[in-house]
Design a protein around this ligand. Structure first.
Ligand code: NAD
Length: 479
């Protein structure tokens, strides 16, 4: 049992990216009036990102995020104490904070050996070195970034070798489980908050301090404390299991397409099993986003380093199916257009990796557009939120022929403009504005008193499809 623990008053979040959005609310009214005394400063090396956070044109698109940030900004006008700050002064924010969250990027390394790929830990290391260099008193450091299991051990070594005499650090793991597109909802009503610590008096005490922060708006039974290594691994595990479900249903969709079975019906039938459940069972063009692929590669790499090749193979195969699904999707488009895209225009509706986000990292649209350009098609892209510069960045960094890419691809401001004169319309992202009036109803709750089946037409999800002038719609939806 922990006898006493310190009260966290000043939080610094290093890294002002997507995950930083989860720091915009808990300490700022109206979502957390009980915690007005806690101050949060979100810092980043990128001046441009910080300026964007300080403007009405936030660097990321998330439903309700602007309202939450504006509410914090209105504090002074409304006579409240301001408690949310954005800054590039990393040193000062570290010095002043008693709790520092490390929320920097951990992308996949571009080089490496073996089947897995290590996560690039240089940003985490730089942040830790900076903390060691400037901290003048004891700090709690929280791993918020998704990191390989036992990263805290490396952090401790770096801190011990570089910190000022007499300064000590306690490291906690508090992985972020937000899903882009629902970040604020996930923040306010999380499924669970995981806090990992060492099983020492200092570790447990630091964990309790963090529990107190969350407990001001999250029910206590949803705040789970555990061993530090379990917490680090739990985040990777959760993402890999989510990806595994998507790849499982997509692998089944390939069988459906050649047997006459309907993947929506198969998915519905499976989802009614209470042990399986209906979520994340929609067949799609494949998963995207900055996390799933990277975390699978990272887990496969960890398994390889631990001399567990079969385990590494198992996790890696989930990514292989995802690549296969994207490739299959491009091939189906070409097939639907009589195996030739020459002089044909294809509208791509949606470029973000899923709806309600502008994030295009690892989006299935990237490989589809590149494939269609190589096949000779002209591509007209429209996405409601994805910034043009990010679309170009992703396409250019993966294109085998950038000159050809620019000749063949145009980004439009509306779905209508993109579709004018198109031989095929491909809905890659399930944005609501692309859905029609017959939008699928949610699956009914399974309970013994309701009839086991509803008419299939009302439950089969058909939100995304390729519609060619000559062919039937083909199922394919982005999760
Ligand atoms: P991001 O790329 O959007 O943002 C990271 C930010 O960190 C960048 O703005 C970068 O400039 C900044 N940064 C890097 N090094 C820095 C340093 N030394 N000092 C100050 N700033 C620095 O990344 P993200 O999507 O927010 O993800 C961050 C971490 O959280 C990753 O490990 C990711 O796997 C994990 N995560 C992401 C999500 C998500 O949905 N995006 C969800 C859960 C977990």
């Amino acid at each position: 049992p922990v006898q006493s623990h310190s009260v966290i008053k000043k939080i610094c979040c290093i890294g002002a990216g997507y995950v930083a959005s989860t720091f915009t609310s808990p300490t700022s009214p109206p979502s957390c009036p009980k915690n007005p005394d806690v101050e949060v400063t979100i810092v980043d090396l990128s001046e441009r990102r910080i300026q964007a956070w300080q403007s009405d044109d936030l660097p990321i698109h998330e439903p309700d995020l602007l309202e939450v940030v504006q509410s914090a900004r209105d504090a002074i006008i409304e006579g409240r104490k301001p408690n949310l700050f954005f800054s590039t002064n990393v040193d000062q924010a570290i010095k002043e904070a008693d709790c520092i969250f490390v929320s920097v990027n951990t992308p996949t390394k571009t080089i490496g050996r073996g089947q897995g790929r290590q996560s690039e830990m240089s940003y985490v290391e730089a942040a830790i070195r900076k903390i060691a260099e400037v901290a003048e008193d004891d700090k709690i450091i929280v791993e918020k970034s998704t990191v390989p299991v036992r990263t805290a051990e490396r952090m401790r070594e770096i801190l011990a070798a570089n910190c000022r005499p007499g300064v000590s650090f306690e490291i906690l793991s508090n992985p972020e489980f937000l899903a882009e597109g629902t970040a604020i909802k996930n923040l306010l009503t999380p499924d669970r908050i995981i806090i990992g610590s060492l099983n020492t008096a200092a570790g447990l005490s630091a964990a309790e301090s963090l529990v107190d922060i969350y407990a001001t708006w999250v029910p206590r039974n949803r705040i789970i404390t555990m061993n530090l290594w379990s917490s680090e691994l739990a985040k990777l595990a959760a993402n890999c299991i989510l990806a595994q479900r998507i790849s499982s249903i997509n692998a089944l969709s390939a069988i459906c397409e050649v047997t006459g079975a309907d993947i929506a019906e198969v998915s519905y039938a499976c989802g009614l099993d209470s042990r399986i459940g209906p979520k994340m069972l929609g067949a799609s063009v494949g998963f995207g986003g900055s996390c799933l692929k990277k975390d699978i590669l990272s887990l496969a790499y960890i398994a390889e380093s631990l001399h567990l090749p079969q385990v590494a193979d198992y996790w890696r195969s989930i990514n292989d199916i995802n690549e296969y699904q994207k490739d299959r999707f491009s091939r189906r488009i070409v097939e639907c257009l009589h195996h030739s895209l020459t002089n044909k225009r294809i509208a791509i509706l949606g470029f973000a990796f899923k709806k309600d986000t502008g994030d295009v990292r690892e989006s299935a649209a990237i490989s589809i557009v590149n494939d269609l350009v190589s096949e000779g098609g002209s591509i007209a892209i429209y996405d409601p939120k994805a910034p043009d510069e990010n679309i170009w960045y992703e396409l250019e960094s993966t294109s085998p022929d950038i000159k050809l890419l620019h000749e063949r691809v145009t980004i439009y401001r509306s779905a209508h403009e993109a579709c004018v004169g198109a031989h095929a319309v491909v809905i890659v992202t399930e944005w609501d504005e692309f859905s029609n009036k017959t939008k699928a109803k949610p699956l009914p709750a399974v309970d013994a008193t309701t009839p086991p089946r509803t008419p299939l037409a009302t439950v089969a999800p058909q939100e995304g499809y390729i519609e060619s002038k000559e062919t039937k719609p083909v199922a394919g939806r982005v999760d």
